[in-house]
Design a binder for this molecule. Structure first.
Ligand code: GLU
Length: 314
């Protein structure tokens, strides 16, 4: 086994969508084609978005797609104290009483105020100088990514713990990618800008950063929207059987071309729109075996050089 350690780290805000499944397969194939280890992590710290009941459903759907973790699944909500300890040990962290509306009007003065702990207070860190050390990073799929192209999306006063006491994604993801020894992060292109914040946090925490490899988003051609819960996309396994879902993802990842899967997903989408319910047929008895065999074959065929770079239109 090689030293490569990859992961798929979904937030269980609902059922699995096509965009997430593509990342699940992309991260799995990259890890396995490198002879490495593949891990699953459930990023469920944002309880209002990710109710506990969603986790077993998400894990079951990932299993139906033929994917499993080589080590025990890490569930972030079971490790809250670790994130709090990391924040407490970070000398640059400061308490902040500003609301989002106030921050729009003026810069945050709290860093200099050394505020006493209070309710509804966030904890932030100023990443200005750490960000300056990362004017760009080399993405494993998209190549050189420049911070200047994303500066409008980057708030250097990064929230580590929100005013509702929820640990922020950027802190938790860095702590966990480090503790799980992840060598490469494969994830969706919507995380490109956050990568700069995370690289800055790695420096501040004294951790070695992994490499990053982003996959393009899957968009619905007619609307330009992502296939995600926010856009009311149907759950993937309500549209396709797991074997069909794998074939579609392999087509989108350019591992094994099969344009008939695109036609099939369009047909199922219009059936779903006419009457929203599960339009995927019951998987046949051989399907689980076919899926396992195809996934094995895909590992041998996968070529990271041919991963898609443009948004994927369906
Ligand atoms: N949990 C994040 C999501 O589902 C992904 C984070 C990551 O891969 O770094 O959107």
């Amino acid at each position: 086994m090689s030293d490569y350690r990859g992961r798929f780290a979904p937030s269980p805000s609902g059922r699995l969508h096509l965009g997430s499944a593509l990342i699940a397969y992309g991260s799995y194939l990259k890890a396995k084609a490198s002879g490495g280890t593949f891990l699953l992590r459930i990023e469920d710290l944002d309880r209002p978005r990710c109710p506990q009941a969603n986790t077993p459903i998400m894990l079951e759907e990932i299993k139906r797609l033929g994917l499993s973790s080589d080590e025990p699944v890490l569930i972030q909500s079971e490790h809250e104290q670790d994130y709090l300890n990391t924040i407490a040990a970070l000398p640059q962290a400061y308490r902040c009483n500003c609301t989002r509306a106030l921050l729009k009007e003026r810069p945050c003065p709290c860093q200099k105020l050394h505020l006493a702990p209070a309710e509804h207070q966030s904890i932030r860190v100023d990443l200005t100088s750490a960000l300056a050390a990362h004017p760009y990073f080399n993405d494993g799929n998209f190549g050189l990514i420049k911070q200047a192209d994303y500066s409008h999306e980057l708030n250097p006063n990064l929230v580590l713990k929100r005013s509702d006491d929820i640990i922020a994604y950027n802190l938790a993801v860095v702590v966990d990618d480090h503790r799980q020894g992840i060598t490469e992060v494969v994830r969706g292109a919507d995380m490109l800008s956050a990568t700069f914040l995370q690289l800055a946090l790695y420096d501040l925490l004294g951790y070695q950063a992994p490499t990053f490899c982003h996959l393009p988003l899957v968009l619905e051609e007619s609307t330009g929207h992502k296939f995600s819960k926010q856009n009311h996309a149907p759950a993937l396994l309500d549209l396709l059987t797991p074997y069909e879902a794998l074939k579609l993802c392999l087509h989108l990842l350019q591992v094994q071309t099969d344009p008939s899967m695109v036609t099939l997903v369009h047909e199922r989408l219009s059936a779903y729109r006419t009457k929203p319910h599960c339009v995927a047929p019951q998987p046949s008895t051989q399907e689980a075996e076919l899926l396992t065999a195809l996934l094995h074959q895909a590992v041998t065929r996968f070529d990271p050089q041919t991963m898609p770079r443009q948004a994927l239109m369906l």
